[in-house]
Design a protein. Structure first.
Length: 306
């Protein structure tokens, strides 16, 4: 059955007609300096109409593939389900004199580097029959192959490799594409399948770390952990309390500072009493460390996420 889509560049408007489409690939960058001035509007138009969106980079293969990849990746705030594509062809002035062996090596390096940078996105390759048959030497295309032909029916590119997308024609200034999956929902589910698995039941339990606040001139610096449930759950809280170490409930003050990875976002003094229980300070998922300073013995901290 299959579904249909298109691929757009700056030659198209910011909001082409999406009637009958299930997906669209949009050119974002070329080389190390060109950015499609319409790509953001085109992406928003695609997603606003409920379609699956992919972004592609056109290479200048005399350059370092990692530098070009970094330039491309930096333009997009990647979201789950976005497709990532290397438009691997080079008949223009920037690529014509690059030996085909170097072009093949560029492809290998770009795809593997981008997959390391974006392990949870589907990362694939566009190629026409000439590049697929005469420049490629490994058959490696990342997570999916988008093959381009001319003069063949949609869904019949005539190659043995397991392709996912087929650019089969051009009409009215638009490249026409076909996907072998049967619905936009199936394509979206496939694209989202690269996301990490949901947390296990063990990870779903609140995560704790506790310890004493050492009195003295030097602060106790606590690094907020990452990984496991710490990254899966947005609610985080710092609990400050005092031990009951004397017949008379002790009191104390803690100077607390919270760092969000860019700077100390909150610095304040908190009064404590063991008779009143803990004092809670809300943390955000971006907070990376907490500095605690006191002259009073018996103060403890606990950081929780849920």
């Amino acid at each position: 059955m299959g579904i249909y889509g298109q691929d757009w560049a700056s030659y198209q408007s910011s909001a082409p007609d999406t009637t009958g489409l299930s997906f669209v690939f949009v050119k974002v960058t070329e080389g190390l300096s060109y950015i499609n001035p319409r790509w953001v509007a085109q992406r928003d138009h695609v997603k606003g109409n409920g379609l699956v969106w992919g972004a592609y980079h056109y290479p200048h293969m005399a350059n370092d593939p990692r530098e070009e990849a970094d330039f491309f990746l930096a333009q997009v705030n990647w979201r789950p389900g976005d497709l990532v594509v290397l438009d691997w062809e080079g008949y223009d002035d920037a690529n014509r004199d690059v030996p085909r062996g170097e072009q093949a090596a560029y492809k290998e390096a770009w795809l593997r580097y981008v997959k390391r940078r974006l392990p949870y996105q589907p990362v694939g390759m566009y190629a026409n029959l000439d590049y697929w048959r005469n420049v490629d030497v490994t058959g490696f295309y990342g997570d999916f192959l988008w093959i381009a032909t001319a003069g063949r029916h949609a869904g019949d590119p005539g190659i043995a490799a397991r392709w996912l997308f087929h650019q089969y024609s051009e009409s009215g200034g638009m490249d026409r594409d076909y996907c072998r999956l049967d619905s936009v929902g199936e394509l979206r589910s496939w694209a989202l399948s690269f996301q990490p698995a949901p947390p296990s039941q063990e990870d779903a339990m609140p995560q704790w770390m506790t310890g004493p606040v050492a009195p003295g001139a030097q602060p106790t610096v606590v690094l907020v952990p990452s990984g496991s449930a710490w990254d899966h759950y947005p609610n985080r809280c710092l609990h400050l309390g005092m031990d009951q170490i004397a017949p008379t409930p002790p009191t104390g003050t803690v100077r607390i500072a919270i760092h969000n990875g860019m700077g100390w976002r909150s610095i304040r003094n908190i009064a404590l009493s063991s008779a009143e229980g803990t004092v809670d300070v809300q943390l955000t998922p971006n907070d990376t460390k907490v500095s605690l300073q006191t002259t009073t013995a018996g103060i403890t901290y606990a950081i929780e996420t849920w």
